[in-house]
Write a protein of this length. Sequence first.
Length: 56
Amino acid sequence: MAYSISEECIKCGACEAECPVNAISEGDSQYLIDADSCISCGACAGVCPTNAISED
């Protein structure tokens, strides 16, 4: 299962820097995770200051 980012995202960018497979990119209103590239490692969720990232 891949991770996803909810609307609690404040676009700080912390998650993007942590992703080992570069599955996270900046969207219009929040960061986005490409489910096909995500390896479900959880590194992004561990650094999110608003807990906006969870596993689907």
